[in-house]
Design a protein around this ligand. Structure first.
Ligand code: ZN
Length: 221
């Protein structure tokens, strides 16, 4: 009981400070170098030259990143089970899932587009959300999962390729055009992926990269 309490308490520990000499942090916009200073929760370090946020100490960062990622994965599962869109035309009704749309593109001689949909809207979000849970959940208990640093690097690389929002925007534009010839509607799958988009934004914004790497370094040591 006491051990469990102790672990929970560790999860609430503030941003840990790795051992070592003076650290510096460069502004992401103007490259001005600043001496790294620890922050209280809910505070941000801003560049003295351009005012851009360099790093932030977000409250309950690990729990937020894990919770949003878990919600994103659950919504993704819903999005694949239920139809993405429905189309009624000439007394015929057609329901399409995201996987069905991608395979239809491949069948209709657009394999690059179909594979891009699979890669950027199905694979990348899973890598990002799954990686976030794999890295952040053990860190809540002060531990680093095997290969957590490698996973964190791939999370960072896959972030720009998560294009669920681009895809959803494309679908809305296409449906507006299709609405002239058929009655179209958004299915549960569409709203689930809209939820995925919001949850992924929340997960990525949930934890600062500097904080993540500091926590990994301290947990490893
Ligand atoms: Zn700056």
């Amino acid at each position: 009981m006491i051990k469990g309490f102790s672990r929970t308490w560790r999860a609430m520990l503030p941003w840990p400070r790795p051992r070592g000499g003076t650290r510096y942090s460069a502004c992401h916009f103007c490259d001005t170098l600043h001496e790294f200073a620890p922050l209280e929760e809910d505070m941000a370090a801003r560049c003295t030259r351009c005012g851009a946020v360099i790093y932030q100490n977000r409250p309950a960062s690990l729990a937020r990143a894990t919770a949003f990622s878990l919600a994103a994965l659950l919504l993704m599962a819903l999005g694949h089970v239920f139809p993405f869109l429905t189309m009624d035309a000439a007394a015929m009704r057609r329901e399409l899932t995201l996987a069905g749309a991608a395979t239809a593109l491949i069948d209709e001689n657009a394999p690059i587009l179909g594979l891009s949909v699979i890669l950027f809207t199905m694979v990348t979000p899973v890598v990002l959300a799954g990686g976030m849970i794999y890295v952040c959940l053990p860190l809540m208990f002060g531990r680093a999962a095997p290969g957590a640093e490698f996973t964190a690097k791939w999370m960072s690389r896959s972030e720009p390729w998560n294009m669920v929002e681009v895809f959803l925007l494309g679908v809305i534009v296409s449906l507006l055009k299709l609405a002239k010839v058929a009655e179209v509607g958004f299915g549960i799958g569409f709203w689930s992926f809209a939820g995925v988009m919001l949850c992924m934004a929340g997960a990525v914004a949930g934890i600062d990269r500097d904080e993540l790497w500091d926590r990994l370094e301290v947990a490893r040591s």
